[in-house]
Design a protein around this ligand. Structure first.
Ligand code: F6R
Ligand code: MG
Ligand code: MG
Length: 366
């Protein structure tokens, strides 16, 4: 029997601005899933990263299962009720539709799922990022799955010698899921040519070419493509299987020491470095910096262990200091040039009106 891991996450309200959900809200979502999920799921885990609350489900029902998705949706609706009672900021923000219809995809919450036959021991990583979009994972995934400078196993381990297959999605296409499949190492220049554009092309999933197994799955939702207006950044989640035929945990973590610049930060409209943080870290400086947390689990017969906090180590304190410096450097140039995102990515419609108004005031000199 195969195991399915599903992460479904949403921002349904937070305290003190877009900082973090309240304890009461988290408890409500947890209690709801514990009570109503008994016959549907095998196990679950609730976490929050910045203002987002994520439910990790382990179950036997496969990807995109209506019962699992409805359980998450209803838990978020119950949480939203508490958020409204407490007067939390942005209560119900990511629930973009009035009622559930079959699958939470396209309804606001972000989803990353994978189904596989469990190995005798099955370690995996659950990443959750806030104040950024799904393209934030492009560079770390590229480096961890194609580059022997980061993944020594590509040179040393016979179980990874055939490389990996990347499924990359064009997230600007809204009529359906427009994807391309490319193989590493033969096509890494093509993979790089797409993945350099984090706002348009996003890694959706990665497969081992040694055994065909799923290795990684990323939530590819872009909220402004669904809502047609600003609703907050997309704050992506990701699952990565590790060890054996997959990169070692440390090889997947390694590229996060770059603190690469991603889209997001204040008002979802700036460029900022991605900071690897401990579990349940809030948001602070300039509504950021963009953060990513990593929960390392094992799953066995569908049961989850407790998570290990992959970024809770003195090494990452040094990285966090370096990233703080990078954040300060780019912030010093305020709105100028690359410090802010291009026009089409500014997630506040106000700029469109402002530009329209200014447009009328332009004159061509005689
Ligand atoms: C970015 C984010 C925040 C808000 C900002 C203004 O994803 O959530 O930076 O954009 O705090 O929020 P509003 O417009 O709700 O006052
Ligand atoms: Mg938010
Ligand atoms: Mg968020």
């Amino acid at each position: 029997m195969k195991t399915t891991l599903s992460i479904i996450k949403a921002d349904i309200g937070s305290i003190g601005g877009h900082i973090r959900p309240s304890e009461k809200l988290i408890a409500e979502v947890r209690n709801y899933v514990a009570q109503k999920g008994k016959v549907i799921i095998t196990d679950f885990f609730i976490s929050h990263t910045g203002d987002d609350i994520a439910i990790l489900f382990s179950h036997k029902l496969g990807k995109g299962n209506e019962k699992v998705h409805k359980l998450a949706w209803d838990a978020f609706v119950a949480g939203t009720k508490v958020a409204k009672e407490q007067g939390l900021y942005g209560a119900g923000q990511d629930l973009l539709k009035d009622s559930f219809s079959g699958n939470v995809r396209g309804m606001g919450p972000a989803v990353a799922e994978m189904e596989f036959e469990e190995r005798p021991n099955e370690p995996f990583l659950f990443f959750a990022a806030d104040k950024t979009d799904p393209g934030a994972y492009n560079l770390p995934l590229y480096l961890a799955f194609t580059d022997p400078m980061y993944n020594a196993g590509l040179m040393l381990s016979p179980s990874m010698n055939k490389g990996f297959r990347f499924v990359i999605m064009d997230v600007n296409y809204t009529e359906g899921d427009r994807v391309i499949e490319l193989n590493a190492p033969e096509e890494i220049y093509d993979i790089a040519a797409l993945l350099r554009d984090n706002q348009r092309f996003v890694v959706e999933s990665i497969y081992s070419r040694n055994n065909g197994d799923i290795a990684a799955s990323v939530s590819t939702t872009r909220l402004h493509n669904i809502a047609g207006k600003y609703t907050g950044k997309d704050d992506p989640v990701m699952l990565v299987r590790v060890q054996g035929a997959f990169p070692a945990t440390g090889e997947v973590l390694a590229p996060f020491n770059i603190g690469h610049y991603v889209a997001g930060f204040m008002r979802g409209s700036h460029t900022g470095p991605l900071m690897p943080v401990r579990f349940n870290s809030p948001i602070s400086y300039f509504d950021g910096p963009p953060v990513v947390a990593c929960h390392a689990f094992c799953v066995h017969k569908g049961k989850l262990t407790e998570p290990a906090d992959a970024f809770d180590h003195p090494y990452w304190d040094w990285v966090r200091n370096k990233v703080s410096q990078k954040a300060t450097e780019i912030r010093q140039q305020g709105f100028s040039g690359v410090a802010m995102l291009p026009y089409g990515e500014l997630e506040y419609g106000g700029i469109v009106e402002k530009m329209g108004m200014l447009e009328k005031k332009f004159k061509v000199k005689k």
